[in-house]
Structures are given as C-alpha cells and as structure tokens.
Design a protein around this ligand. Structure first.
Ligand SMILES: Nc1ncnc2c1ncn2[C@@H]1O[C@H](COP(=O)(O)OP(=O)(O)OP(=O)(O)O)[C@@H](O)[C@H]1O
Ligand SMILES: [Mg+2]
Length: 257
C-alpha cells in the first residue's frame, strides 16, 4: 500500500488537482484509494466527501490510532467503477497542527495511525501549501513524495525548498521516504517562459522531472466544478490529461515496489 504525499511550498500550483487526477486514474484501474486531506482549506474534501464525517484528519492527529482513522474514513460519491475512493476529510481545526517549533519537538503522528491500516491499494495525502508540521507529518508517514510545480520562478524556488525538506525528513524521521519526482503542471506549450522554466527545473532536478508535464487544460477546472473526476469529463482536453495521470499513476506504483 504505497503512501504518497503530494506537496509544494507554493500555493495554487495544482497539488489537489494532481491528487484528484491520480485518484481518478486509480479508480479507473480498479484500485481502492484513500485520499487524506491534510489541508485545512479542505478542497479535496469538498469534492470527495459524500457526507459529513463523524471524525476528521484533525481527530486522527489528535488521537493517532487505527480506531480514529476508521471513524474518519468517509466514502466518496464518485461513480467510476471498478475502483473506489475514500477520504479522510479535512477540518479547519487542522491549522492548529501546522505550527512547527523545532525538529526536537516534532513527533510524527499520522504514521502511527496509518501503520496498521489495510484494505487500500494506494494512499494519497493532499498537503497544505506550507512546509509546516502538517506537511512534515505527511512526509514522515509516506513512502513517496511528489512535488508539484508550475513553470514559474517562484514555484521553482518552492520546489527546491520542498526537496530540502523531504531530505531532512528522510534523514531524521523516515529513511524509506523517496522523492518520486517533480511534476510540472499548468504548462503552456507555446509559452517561451514555460519552456525556459522547465529547462531550469531539469537543471535542478535532472531525471526527477516527471514527464509528460500536465498541460493547462480547462477540463481540470470543469471536473472540479462538476465535483467529478476528470476521467469522466467528455472533452479532448480531459482525455489528454487523463492519459497523463494514468502514466504518472503507473510510475508511482512502480516506484513504490
Ligand atoms: N493543469 C491545469 N490546467 C488548468 N487549471 C488547473 C490545472 N491545474 C490546476 N488548475 C486549477 O488551478 C486552481 C488551483 O489548483 P489546486 O487547487 O489543485 O492547487 P493547490 O496547489 O492544491 O492549491 P493550494 O495550495 O491552495 O492547496 C484550481 O482551480 C484548479 O482547477
Ligand atoms: Mg490544494
């Protein structure tokens, strides 16, 4: 059961869209996927949670046991047979868990709750746009980390910072953690600036830049508006990004072996 954190320091680069795109691809493939929404904004929860949960990710962090995790597991209303998605929903209370004081005072909690979880083929963690305690907790519980970056100067800076954080967590808390790659999102093929930034990303991350990039496609926003996976949107753009998500999902599954 690979556990994958999707992160970036920069906000709005497409973390949640990538989590939803991968969850949709996994469902089409027949996998049972769990999405853990660790972002207090709750964007993934608003799309995925079929009903009001009895417990949330904040409860899981406050009582990191399998029992609390089971209480928080909420089914998703997506109808994309043959697989299925559940979500551990976000809560505004999560913000209280993001303060990071020092490494000595940091005690990962999510890993305790997940250690005995069974029944899923894939766990995706949607991180908040920060490298605070919530993202660190997600990384400490993960096998793989996937950084999302748009082709912009500020986002590249954020990706470098995120990669450093992953390395810190690997060294001090979770030796099995691996950076699976940096996924460029919202790429416009005709923009010279984007070409330049993708090359720059290649100079920093080399073969860890994940290909193909995800192009800028309105289908992702439509899917979000409909509350459906992009895999069920019937447009050329949706089909194009669905094929790309399927490739990246297969890559993640191979990398986790
Ligand atoms: N490839 C894309 N093409 C078009 N729109 C996109 C693409 N990727 C993301 N978006 C849109 O950009 C907006 C921000 O994306 P998203 O919420 O996934 O980013 P995020 O990194 O999770 O943000 P936050 O840091 O606030 O959690 C959303 O409205 C989403 O639909
Ligand atoms: Mg998000």
């Amino acid at each position: 059961m690979p556990i994958v954190s999707v992160l970036s320091l920069k906000g709005g680069v497409g973390k949640t869209s990538v989590v939803l795109g991968l969850a949709g691809a996994a469902t089409v493939k027949g996998l049972a996927t769990l999405v853990i929404d660790l972002d207090p904004q709750g964007n993934a929860t608003s799309i995925l949670a079929a009903h009001k949960p009895t417990a949330t990710a904040a409860d899981v962090l406050s009582h990191p046991t399998l029992a609390t995790l089971h209480e928080a597991l909420t089914p998703c209303a997506w109808e994309v047979a043959p697989g299925e998605v559940d979500v551990v929903p976000s809560s505004p209370d999560l913000i209280g868990y993001d303060a990071f004081r020092s490494d000595a005072a940091f005690h990962p909690r999510l890993v305790k709750a997940l250690s005995k979880l069974e029944g899923y083929d894939l766990v995706l963690i949607d991180c908040p746009p920060s490298l605070g305690a919530l993202t660190r907790d997600a990384l400490a519980a993960s096998d793989l980390a996937l950084i999302v970056s748009t082709p912009s100067y500020f986002s590249l800076q954020g990706a470098e910072r995120a990669a450093k954080e992953i390395e810190e967590i690997r060294k001090h808390h979770n030796p099995k953690l691996k950076l699976v790659g940096v996924l460029p999102n919202r790429v416009r093929s005709i923009a010279d600036e984007h070409d330049f930034r993708i090359k720059e990303l290649g100079e920093i991350f080399g073969r860890q830049v994940m290909r193909p990039s995800i192009p800028e496609r309105i289908a992702l926003q439509q899917a979000e508006g409909f509350g459906k996976p992009v895999q069920t949107v019937r447009t050329a753009g949706a089909r194009e990004v669905s094929v790309i998500f399927e490739k990246h999902l297969n890559h993640l599954l191979r990398a986790a072996r």
